[in-house]
Design a protein around this ligand. Structure first.
Ligand SMILES: [Zn+2]
Length: 361
């Protein structure tokens, strides 16, 4: 896996490549940005480069024994085997610290409770971090460096964040911790301040659209639409089921069109319907794309500049309505609701509040 294989994010890739080339990978890094844009992939590519026997180089050589071992261990099929294996031992926290190489650990959160019941959000448990702390303090076994990638770092519970902080305070010279997060606000300020932060933006719609054309065999128009609905997240765009997102967008449009005149009971029903949606983050991304189009239309944008050009006439009508005047604030409300849900807020209360905001109360 090369850094250059990750789509988009030229600036972040260039910064990482330069640090690797100079053998100056920071002891603690935070890769922060939307879900599904390639943060973890880039973290693992950087890890491979740091461990590579030919390092320091801006990219892993891809040919040495270490590179080959790491590349084999980070294949998606291998990772999903490791996850399945871990799920057979939900009460043993450290099973989700995947040892991809003696000097490379990928820690992921549990989607199961210790008794094996499903969770709605993953959780990184304190014993996982305690296990890592011992390793971070040690010297490399085989490679020049040791790298610890913590995915969805914001899902570390309080005790886990406390424990990690100690490791970040005095990092040994050849250990590197890379935190990956789509909700860095969920990390303690003390952790964030000890990390060098690299921010990822959403992928350009054109990049996501091209990938969808290639990977999903979609036509250019359908790919463009799906890319827009995914808000620049390739992961989200690839996880869409054909038709589902369009249906959901239709429901959201109908909500925007009807919410102002709706009575209290209807609004409560609307909030309950939103609460039932399986992927609230995707739903809120789609809502935000509609609201952003309203803002754009009010600023004089032409239909072809919209994220949702196929429903331009309906959006134009909404933009001219009282709801359109509040579109900018509402887009912000949708973004806040999304962060709130990542922070374990009550789904129903969050959607209640959002529907009330849309109604203008
Ligand atoms: Zn190599």
């Amino acid at each position: 896996m090369r850094l250059a294989d990750v789509k988009g994010h030229e600036r972040v890739r260039a910064v990482l490549a330069r640090a690797l080339e100079r053998d100056r990978l920071p002891p603690a890094l935070l890769l922060d940005g939307p879900q599904g844009v390639g943060k973890k992939t880039l973290a693992l590519a950087a890890a491979q480069a740091a461990l590579c026997e030919a390092a320091p180089l801006p990219e892993p050589c891809g040919a040495c024994r270490t590179c080959r071992r790491v590349a084999a261990a980070i294949r998606p099929e291998r990772l999903s085997e490791l996850r399945q294996e871990a799920d057979r031992h939900p009460d043993e926290d450290v099973w989700r610290n995947f040892r991809l190489h003696p000097d490379l650990v990928l820690a992921e959160g549990w989607w199961l409770t210790r008794t094996g019941r499903p969770r709605t959000e993953p959780e990184i448990r304190v014993d996982q971090i305690r296990d890592l702390m011992g390793e971070i303090a040690g010297a490399p076994f085989e490679a020049r460096r040791r790298v610890f990638v913590i995915d969805d770092a914001h899902t570390m519970n309080d005790a886990a964040q406390n424990a990690l902080l100690k490791s970040l305070e005095e990092p040994p010279p050849r250990s590197h911790v890379i935190l990956v997060s789509s909700a860095a606000a969920g990390l303690r300020p003390t952790i964030r301040s000890r990390c060098q932060r690299l921010r990822f933006g959403p992928l350009p719609r054109l990049v996501v659209g091209k990938m969808l054309e290639r990977e999903r065999g979609l036509g250019a128009e359908a790919a463009r639409l799906q890319a827009a609905l995914a808000g620049g997240s390739l992961g989200a765009a690839l996880s869409f089921e054909p038709g589902t997102e369009l249906r959901r967008r239709e429901e959201l449009l109908a909500l925007l069109e009807g919410v102002a005149g709706a009575d209290a009971l209807t609004r409560m029903e609307a909030a309950e319907a939103l609460e039932q949606v399986e992927e609230p983050a995707l739903l809120l991304t789609t809502l935000r794309s509609l609201l952003r189009d309203l803002v754009a239309l009010r600023a004089g944008a032409t239909p072809d500049a919209l994220l949702n050009p196929d429903v331009a006439p309906r959006l134009a009508a909404l933009a001219a309505s009282p709801l359109g005047e509040r579109a900018l604030n509402l887009a912000e409300d949708a973004a806040q609701a999304r962060s709130a849900l990542r922070g374990f807020a009550s789904k129903l209360l969050t959607f209640d509040r959002l529907v009330e905001a849309l109604a203008g109360d």
